[in-house]
Write a protein that binds this ligand. Structure first.
Ligand code: AP5
Length: 214
């Protein structure tokens, strides 16, 4: 199954992508995680992306499109994947469309997660991420067993550089301007399913499962 997860920063795309990945046995392709790994590894793409990411801006289309095209051609993506954080602009959506036509592998579903702005700010403000395995926690919603330590790999939990109050507000603005138009793009193609993601994680996953079973 080939899925796209759409939604503003903090709606829970990454959280749900991991659960779907475990359930369906297909990889989560998170462009944010890929860029953060590239940044840590000090690659050219990572160094170029850092200044955009820290400010809450989008990395230029020509950089990210190449990264995703390469990733989708890897063996583990041949049976399907969950695109988490891509596409994010009309140009990216069109590039994905062209690539998938060339590969004759159309998308099955686009899930659009919806959460109010106040709750998004609360979620991002309390988010903690593992530096080693990228697992995500939340101070109150999903606290780790031991404060500051990842349940899965014992790595240190940190606050992302772009989870500062100013960067969060800027990311929400960028989402409204550049990514929200993709809802209409995919609705026109009959692929869009809206999901109320303001509820607890397991209830959102239950709705996702129902949509995917249809
Ligand atoms: P990226 O890492 O993709 O960030 P994002 O889209 O801003 O999304 P987030 O990771 O912030 O949130 P999420 O929706 O995954 O929520 P999460 O599950 O973590 O991108 C970062 C940057 O990389 C971009 O700003 C850009 O610079 C660059 N980039 C990436 N892709 C790009 C592209 N295609 N083009 C150009 N640039 C690109 O959950 C958030 C918190 O809420 C967590 O603490 C979690 O525990 C909690 N939570 C989750 N679900 C629930 C729930 N149901 N109830 C209560 N709490 C919940």
């Amino acid at each position: 199954m080939r899925l796209v997860l759409l939604g503003a920063p903090g709606v829970g795309k990454g959280t749900q992508a991991k659960l779907i990945s475990e359930k369906l046995g297909i990889p989560q392709v998170s462009t944010g995680d890929m860029l953060r790994r590239a940044e840590t590894a000090g690659t050219e793409v990572g160094l170029r992306a850092k200044k955009y990411m820290d400010a809450g801006d989008l990395v230029p289309d020509e950089v990210i499109i190449g990264v995703v095209e390469e990733r989708l051609r890897e063996p583990d993506c041949q049976l399907g994947y969950i695109l988490d954080g891509f596409p994010r602009t009309l140009a990216q959506a069109q590039a994905l469309d062209h690539l998938l036509r060339r590969l004759d592998t159309p998308l099955h579903t686009v899930l659009a997660f919806e959460v109010g702005e106040e709750e998004i700010i609360r979620r991002l403000g309390g988010r903690r991420v593992c530096v080693s395995c990228q697992a995500t926690f939340h101070d109150t919603n999903q606290p780790p067993k031991q404060p500051g330590v990842c349940d899965k790999c014992q790595g240190a939990l940190v606050i992302r550089d772009d989870d500062t109050p100013n960067a969060i507000l800027h990311r929400l603005k960028v989402y409204g301007e550049l990514t929200e138009p993709l809802l209409a793009f995919y609705a026109e193609r009959g692929l869009l399913h809206r999901v109320d993601a303001s509820r607890p994680v397991d209830e959102v996953m239950q709705t996702v499962t129902e949509v995917l079973d249809r």
